[in-house]
Design a protein around this ligand. Structure first.
Ligand code: N2P
Length: 361
């Protein structure tokens, strides 16, 4: 009897500890990357209040993570950035025992990710993206003679970029992703860290620098939708969201997304939990909620990025599932490349090259 009592007290005490975590969850995610009701539904169901902040740059996230004490419970870096941060010890391991829906993740995707997150210890894939070209069909047709763009030459060939200068070209303010695109266009390894290759890629971009209106990693969504720019290097779903915003505005702006024939970057953004997260149990609850098929599918349907939840696919709208910009065909996938974590040394050179490109010095 006494033992039973003791066991009961122990159970109550552990329940007390679990309940002691404040009903708060601090999330730091990419902008335009969640459905309208994802957070509200989670809050209503769990009583957990979510503070939701957004960013549009891996470099910004990395600087914060490496400084520590961010107060975030969930952060969403891209895999190649996450890998380096994990090595620096800033994340805690995902506790699968707290995630009943973990088994919904596609094992093939998890295996690919494991190359950069051994054993899938630290991250759960959120969404997959590609980095390609978004453009205004009519403005491009007027200037380049076709309303289809199929090559990175629309950007990297100075003769073509010059023709698009007046209607506005925007580049991602992402040294890693822009430089990889330039390397790939030159026929070089997009993950090369060789000094000569970086110089060649930077020179290529400098050749079209006079025709670039701005460098920014989210502004292009509205600008494409409103017809204020005509070409953007951007993230697949963001450009497809721009296409929808343009349609909804009804001003006749037609936006398209293209994975150029030379290939493009494919990547994964990863849900991770910082080591010093104040609410790790709530973070696990959110990851579990996200991995419900209907929750993953609703986000994909809204933001136009593919997810790695194999049980969600049948719930994804047919138009989304059949959109080659969201779920590229196997022959297109074969031309895609992924990024690798940079060495510190390369990162410094890359930052220097990027600054010199942007400032023109
Ligand atoms: C969301 C952009 C996510 C893709 N707006 C870049 N990691």
């Amino acid at each position: 009897m006494k033992n039973l009592m003791a066991a009961g007290v122990a159970v109550l005490a552990s329940a007390g500890v679990a309940a002691a975590e404040e009903a708060v969850l601090n999330i730091y995610n990419w902008s335009d990357y969640i459905a309208e009701d994802t957070i509200a539904n989670f809050e209503a169901e769990t009583g957990i209040k979510v503070n939701y902040d957004v960013f549009d740059s891996n470099e910004v996230v990395e600087a914060k993570m490496l400084t520590g004490s961010t107060n975030y419970d969930i952060v969403v870096p891209s895999l190649e950035f996450m890998a380096r941060q994990a090595q620096a010890g800033v994340f805690q391991e995902i506790d699968r025992a707290q995630i009943a829906n973990y088994g919904n993740l596609d094992p093939k995707v998890m295996e690919i990710i494991a190359a950069n997150d051994p054993g899938n210890a630290y991250g759960v894939p959120y969404m997959m993206y590609t980095v390609g070209l978004g453009y205004n069909r009519d403005k491009v047709a007027e200037r380049l003679g076709s309303e289809e763009i199929d090559s990175w030459s629309a950007l990297f060939d100075p003769a073509q970029a010059e023709k698009l200068q007046d209607c506005g070209i925007a580049l991602l303010d992402s040294p890693s992703e822009m430089t990889a695109a330039a390397l790939n266009y030159l026929g070089l390894d997009p993950t090369s860290e060789k000094a000569d290759d970086l110089e060649a890629a930077t020179e290529l971009m400098k050749g079209v620098r006079p025709f670039i209106r701005y460098f920014h990693s989210s502004q292009y969504i509205n600008d494409l939708a409103n017809g204020d720019i005509c070409l953007a290097v951007g993230y697949s779903g963001d450009i497809l969201q721009a296409r929808d915003r343009a349609d909804e505005a009804g001003q006749g702006v037609r936006v398209a997304y293209e994975i150029p024939k030379e290939g493009a970057l494919v990547g994964f953004d990863m849900l991770v939990i910082p080591s010093d997260a104040p609410h790790p149990e709530n973070a696990h609850k959110f990851v579990d909620y996200f991995l419900r098929p209907e929750v993953s599918a609703a986000i994909t349907n809204y933001v136009y990025y593919a997810n790695a939840n194999q049980k969600a696919t049948e719930l994804v709208d047919e138009a989304v599932r059949n959109d080659p910009g969201i779920y590229p065909a196997p022959e297109v996938m074969a031309k895609m490349y992924s990024a690798k974590p940079h060495s510190q040394r390369y990162d410094r050179s890359l930052t220097r090259a990027w600054t010199s490109l942007k400032t023109g010095q």
